[in-house]
Design a protein around this ligand. Structure first.
Ligand code: HPA
Length: 278
């Protein structure tokens, strides 16, 4: 099966189970999965139930889609994602996002836990993504282009939609979050970066660092989906003080859970106001 067929096969398994088609996809990052509990009457589809779907083994990642309404907007949540460091191919890692795009979502909100590189970003702050650096991870677009999805050489000059970002930043501030805007860099992990790598990333213009999101953003943007991204700074990046551990990443996520949920709800309300009914 090629990529197109594999995505189509997953869509064919998911779609008949849905009560309505989602308008917004939300990928929940490490420790941010609690939002899933806010969904009433959700249609829950564990990734393991979808033949051909990669299954996540990462801590803090449950591994399922939830379809339902939040703030009256039909959404699909990805509670858990697969990371490159789990040993999947880049094509597999982006398949869940491609399935959401193929289901026809109008926009995707990508969230993640990240290390803070910029001095102004402290632990517990959020950073809305303005741009990213993709050149340290394999591109999900290598190989035969799927013309039905997008062009061979997609324009990446505006990956993250400025209007969606403005809505998210405003919703975050209203929720009491400290909001920054910055550039995300993805490395493959699973080892956290060295201090020298963080100095390099800072020199290259990165503000936050993580192990997800960029490949998803590239795949979704290729398919023409509008994107918004936000990182929760769970730690200062290596060499900038503090410690790095997976427990701390999950704990910070849990500490931010309530504010994060309020931010996402505000974002969805603004989306509904601006975009109206489908
Ligand atoms: N580096 C990479 N990924 C991360 C970090 C980090 O410091 N914190 C949370 N995810």
């Amino acid at each position: 099966m090629n990529s197109l067929e594999r995505v189509a096969s997953c869509v064919a398994q998911v779609e008949p189970r849905l009560k309505e088609m989602p308008r917004i996809g939300i990928v929940l990052g490490s420790g941010l999965g609690a939002l899933a509990e806010a969904l009433n009457d959700a249609v829950v589809i564990p990734y393991a139930d979808i033949e051909g779907f990669p299954v996540s083994t990462a801590p803090g990642h449950v591994g399922r889609y939830l379809f339902g309404r939040l703030e009256d907007v039909p959404v699909v949540l990805m509670q858990g994602r697969v990371h490159l460091y789990e040993g999947v191919t880049v094509e597999e890692a982006v398949l869940p996002v491609r399935v959401m795009a193929a289901l026809g979502v109008e926009a995707i909100l990508l969230t993640n836990a990240a290390g803070a590189i910029a001095d102004a970003i402290d632990v517990g702050h959020f950073c809305a993504l303005k741009d990213h650096i993709a050149q340290f991870v394999p591109s999900p677009l290598i190989g035969a282009n799927v013309d039905a999805w997008g062009p061979r050489f997609p324009d990446m000059s505006e990956v993250y939609d400025p209007a969606l970002r403005a809505m998210l930043v405003e919703a975050g501030r209203e929720a009491g979050c400290v909001m920054h805007e910055g550039v995300y860099i993805q490395f493959t992990g699973p080892a956290y970066e060295t201090p020298a790598e963080i100095r390099m990333a800072r020199t290259l213009g990165a503000d936050v660092v993580g192990m997800s999101t960029v490949i998803e953003a590239v795949a979704a943007r290729h398919m023409g989906v509008r994107l918004c991204g936000v990182s929760l700074a769970t730690n200062k990046a290596a060499g900038l003080g503090g410690t790095l551990s997976e427990e701390e990443v999950i704990e910070e996520g849990q500490r931010a859970a309530q504010r994060f949920q309020t931010m996402v709800r505000g974002f969805l309300r603004s989306f509904h106001e601006v975009e109206g009914e489908r």
